[in-house]
Design a protein around this ligand. Structure first.
Ligand code: SF4
Ligand code: SF4
Length: 475
């Protein structure tokens, strides 16, 4: 009962003292990534490829087609104009098909070649590279930038930093203006914006997208790709051992280490040295700051910058290129890459089917729509001459880009008397509200409800026709 409690002498246990600088911070601050510029085939390809898409992005909203902005996604008016086609909320299925096609295209490309979308086409990467290029031009190469950041504030530092942020903001502002120009007439937007005559709503939207671009490409950079973008998280589900990804060949590269330039490859091999000279260039050029020599990592965006950097080193060392290369896990292990594998073929088949369905849905699209609204106050009434009359309001929408003349008729009601306008003109994109009365002899009606249809036909060489069912009520 009164057994003494066993104690242990703990005087020599070392208690770790908190870091005086970060004693409240359990998450050490992220070290900044200073991306080193790199030259090489993949970088040149990305520059031209990215340049082409930036030019396309900047020019497209300025194009006109048939007197109107060729691409205008007018959200307020609920109409998307893309050259000769105008899409309305009624065309939502097309948009859904488009998203499904884009999703399966992404699955297919990711299974085949990993995150090449991220490395070569994603706007986040493209704009980040533009910002890094500006940074390099204004603050100098990587080493100079590191020293500049370590240096105390002086006039040169203030001038360089100010110039960099102003250039970033200008790029962000132009990006935001062009982007908003897809949703509002761009010529007017530029005139109004630079003459300070724009509405608060438009002004606020431009400022919002300017700050988003500046923040994403200037400050957040790889955080966006590694922590925020959901694609980084689920892409691994699409990878398999035959997916082409940027990989380091450890069989060739290890053991890594520096060596005199004049020693031959064979001599180095005898000393246990592989082809990696441990120069760290592949790490310094990586926009996400990872070391690809540690194996496949979810942060890798497959941009190939490390491939270019390492190929340059291999050239200088007179070693064969490709220590870091686009390859598959099977190939790295000395086997073959299986291109035609069930998963990839499956994605290709589904993608093809979706594309066909999208095209069919688009081809079957009719640029005319009608809503039939029955008079809810009175189901029917009897006219002085003994006919039964039903009243409707037809909402006819001209979904084309030209004014049209339409003819309205009724099918399925014997000897119907049509009271209302049979021919109407509707401007492009307008909805016409047409009140119509139909009167029928009760002896021709077979019951309380008779099914019939309204038919609307455009007066064109190739008429557009729609037919919609309705009900004629009696008793
Ligand atoms: S660039 Fe090539 S040689 Fe240099 S550290 Fe990276 S893998 Fe090794
Ligand atoms: S590891 Fe190479 S391919 Fe992957 S993000 Fe870094 S530089 Fe790009």
């Amino acid at each position: 009962m009164n057994e003494p409690i066993k104690v242990k002498n703990v005087t020599d246990v070392k208690i770790q003292q908190p870091d005086p600088q970060h004693h409240d911070n359990h998450y050490p601050p992220r070290s900044r990534i200073y991306v080193r510029a790199v030259e090489g085939t993949l970088n040149t390809f990305r520059r031209f490829y990215g340049g082409f898409f930036i030019v396309l992005f900047a020019l497209l909203p300025w194009l006109t087609y048939d007197g109107h902005q060729a691409i205008l996604l007018d959200i307020a008016a609920q109409r998307f104009t893309i050259f000769a086609v105008t899409l309305w909320p009624q065309d939502l299925t097309l948009l859904a098909w488009l998203f499904i096609v884009a999703a399966f295209a992404l699955f297919f490309v990711t299974t085949f070649a990993g995150r090449v979308w991220c490395g070569f086409m994603c706007p986040q990467t493209t704009w980040t590279y533009i910002y890094i290029w500006l940074e390099e031009k204004i603050e100098g190469p990587r080493n100079k930038r590191i020293k500049l950041d370590e240096r105390a504030l002086d006039t040169d530092k203030i001038l360089r930093k100010s110039a960099k942020h102003i250039s970033w903001l200008l790029v962000a502002l132009l990006t935001a203006l062009v982007f908003v120009g897809y949703f509002t007439p761009i010529q007017q937007l530029f005139i109004d914006f630079f003459s300070f005559n724009t509405s608060t709503m438009v002004w606020g939207t431009v400022v919002f997208f300017t700050l988003c671009t500046y923040g994403n490409a200037g400050w957040m950079r790889e955080i966006m790709c590694t922590h925020i973008c959901p694609y980084a998280r689920f892409q691994s589900a699409m990878f398999d051992k035959d997916t082409f990804t940027v990989s380091y060949d450890p069989n060739r590269g290890e053991g890594r280490g520096p060596r005199p330039r004049k020693t031959s490859r064979e001599e180095n091999r005898d000393k246990g040295l592989g082809d990696c000279i441990d120069c760290q260039l592949c790490v310094q050029v990586c926009p996400t700051g990872i070391d690809i020599r540690n194996g496949l990592q979810y942060e890798c965006i497959n941009c190939g910058a490390c491939v270019d950097a390492c190929n340059g080193v291999m050239d200088k060392m007179n070693y064969p290129k490709g220590l870091i290369r686009f390859t598959s896990e099977h190939q790295l292990a000395g086997g073959q890459t299986h291109i035609l594998r069930p998963k990839l073929v499956g994605y290709a088949v589904v993608l093809l089917v979706m594309v066909v369905l999208l095209v069919l849905d688009f081809l079957e699209r009719v640029p005319l729509d009608m809503d039939i609204i029955r008079d809810r106050n009175q189901l029917y009434r009897e006219t002085n001459d003994g006919l039964i009359e039903n009243v409707y309001t037809l909402k006819i929408m001209n979904m084309s880009q030209q004014p049209q003349r339409y003819h309205i008729s009724v099918e399925g009601l014997p000897d119907v008397r049509y009271l209302g306008q049979a021919d109407i003109n509707i401007a492009a994109g307008e909805v016409y509200s047409l009140p119509v009365s139909l009167a029928v002899d009760p002896y021709n009606l077979q019951g309380a409800v008779t099914e019939f249809s309204f038919k609307v036909e455009s007066e064109q060489a190739e008429p557009v026709i729609i037919e919609q069912n309705s009900k004629f009520l009696y008793r």
